[in-house]
Design a protein around this ligand. Structure first.
Ligand SMILES: Cc1ncc(COP(=O)(O)O)c(C=O)c1O
Length: 479
């Protein structure tokens, strides 16, 4: 017997419980378990606007996640909604292949106007990993397949498809799938390490065998910034060796660290730039690589090769028109200023946090609207107890810091109605990566709430959270 199919209207009325049952049966039962452990995962959301999520219980939640990079404009920005509704009302043509798209053309034009020098040619796709892989292919084709090696950094996240995962060194991608051949890594922000790797990949006559080098000038997961002199040296060495320099700014692009793109604050120029996330204004799933004119022309600038790299959903109309509006909003509403202003307040509050809570808070790191707060968890008494829990996750050496960040995030959701996420990698931090439209009073609300949370005692909060998650294994009442 087949269940009745849901209508689109039915979706609006599904309760959190029903949705979780559907996840268990039809998406992945472990996802239900993972996110269902948090108060946020048990929420019935009604709608969202700006930095706020509204629940079906008429509560509002402050969202400081920035939608993992997607929501610089906040949820459902009115101009983005209007643009999409207009496009639909006018029944504009969405899909194109052999008819030229005015939207794709205009978006490419606009991006070229905003980027420096001859970063002129855009290719649009739908995810960051696709943009990265497109850029890798472009670099490889530029060298006509004659060079074989791609270099990446030892701290990097470029995506989870086979090619992009092959050049990703983040622990988040811990299971190794088949990899593209001839990848090698250098130490992040270390020019000697880059030089050494380039020298290791030369043929007998001394010519480089490296077709591309990819790096995130600002590494989002670890919140590390490459030094200006490293980036400038890097460009010089890549130019000297004919290596295509790819900057992956999928996450940080469009003002998240202050300047429009992070590299623009360092007087350097990549050969290819990747971008996505807030380019879609929180509504369109759009990503792109943007190439310098000579690179694109040499690789694909002839009628035989022009279709070598394509994709079904390349630059659909509504995605492009949304991106055009998203960019114009960021220009007209001075998102650069907003980003630097957020940085100023966050740095002040972090400074106070470090002074007041030096036992609990180890470090604050970040710039613009991307920040991490790192906690001292080494001396938590609970560490010893949790070692007794017979689950494989507790064997993770970072289990306690992860648990602490998870506990704080859950506490802040339950007590202060703030949605905040934490990193799940080597260095565990609570992330403050809000939409760029966040207001000063909302930033202060976050930090006031974090301070109140820490006043409760880190140990108490972790204990409460752990006892809920692991009471089947350890008697927390005896603590
Ligand atoms: C720097 C960077 N590159 C690539 C990606 C992959 O993007 P996607 O998840 O859309 O494939 C991400 C995703 O967060 C990213 O931060």
């Amino acid at each position: 017997m087949v269940d009745k199919l849901f209508s689109s209207d039915d979706c609006y009325d599904l309760t959190n419980k029903e949705v979780r049952e559907l996840y268990k049966k039809y998406v992945n039962p472990s996802l239900e378990q993972l996110f269902g452990a948090f108060a946020a995962g048990r929420e019935d959301v009604d709608h969202s606007e700006g930095v706020w999520i509204y629940t079906k219980n008429n509560e509002k939640i402050l969202d400081v996640t920035g939608g993992i990079g997607v929501l610089s404009h906040g949820h459902n920005h009115p101009r983005i909604l209007e643009t999409r509704i207009n496009f639909q009302k006018k029944k504009k043509m969405e899909v194109h292949k052999t008819i030229f798209s005015p939207y794709l053309a205009a978006l490419s034009h606009n991006i070229a106007q905003l980027l420096p020098k001859d970063l002129d040619y855009s290719f649009f796709c739908n995810s960051g990993a696709e943009a990265v892989e497109g850029s890798m292919k472009l670099a490889y084709k530029y060298h006509d397949g004659k060079r074989k090696v791609i270099l990446h950094s030892d701290i990097s996240f470029h995506g989870k498809l086979l090619g992009s995962a092959s050049i990703t060194a983040s622990k988040e991608v811990y299971f190794r799938y088949p990899e593209i051949p001839n990848t090698d890594s250098f130490e992040y922000d270390n020019i000697d390490s880059v030089k050494q790797k380039i020298n290791e990949h030369r043929n007998e006559s001394g010519e480089s065998n490296v077709y591309a080098l990819i790096i995130e000038p600002f590494q989002t997961l670890t919140l590390r910034q490459c030094h200006t002199n490293f980036l400038q040296e890097l460009q010089k060495i890549c130019n000297e060796n004919g290596i295509i320099l790819i900057f992956d700014e999928i996450y940080v692009g469009w003002y998240k660290t202050g300047t429009m793109f992070n590299f623009m604050g360092h007087n350097v120029l990549p050969d290819i730039l990747t971008t996505s996330k807030s380019l879609g204004g929180g509504k369109a799933s759009i990503s792109a690589y943007v190439a310098r004119a000579p690179i694109l022309k040499k690789a694909y600038g002839n009628t035989r090769d022009a279709l070598l790299h394509t994709s079904t959903y390349n630059g659909l109309g509504e995605e492009c028109i949304t991106a055009i509006e998203a960019i114009n909003i960021m220009q007209e509403e001075n998102y650069e200023k907003k980003s630097f202003h957020i940085e100023k307040i966050v740095k002040e509050r972090c400074h106070q946090l470090l002074e007041k809570y030096s036992n609990e808070v180890k470090e604050c790191r970040g710039s613009g609207a991307l920040h991490g707060i790192f906690f001292n968890t080494d001396n938590l008494v609970i560490s010893k107890i949790l070692k007794l829990v017979p689950l494989s996750i507790t064997k993770d050496p970072k289990f306690v810091p992860k648990l602490a960040a998870a506990a704080i995030s859950d506490w802040m959701y339950k007590n202060y109605k703030i949605l905040v996420i934490f990193s799940n990698t080597d260095e565990v931090a609570l992330f403050f990566k809000p939409s760029l439209i966040i207001e000063e009073k909302e930033i202060h609300y976050f930090f006031d709430s974090l301070e109140k949370t820490l006043q409760e005692g880190l140990w108490q909060i972790v204990l409460k959270f752990a006892s809920k998650q692991f009471s089947n294994f350890v008697n927390f009442g005896s603590l």
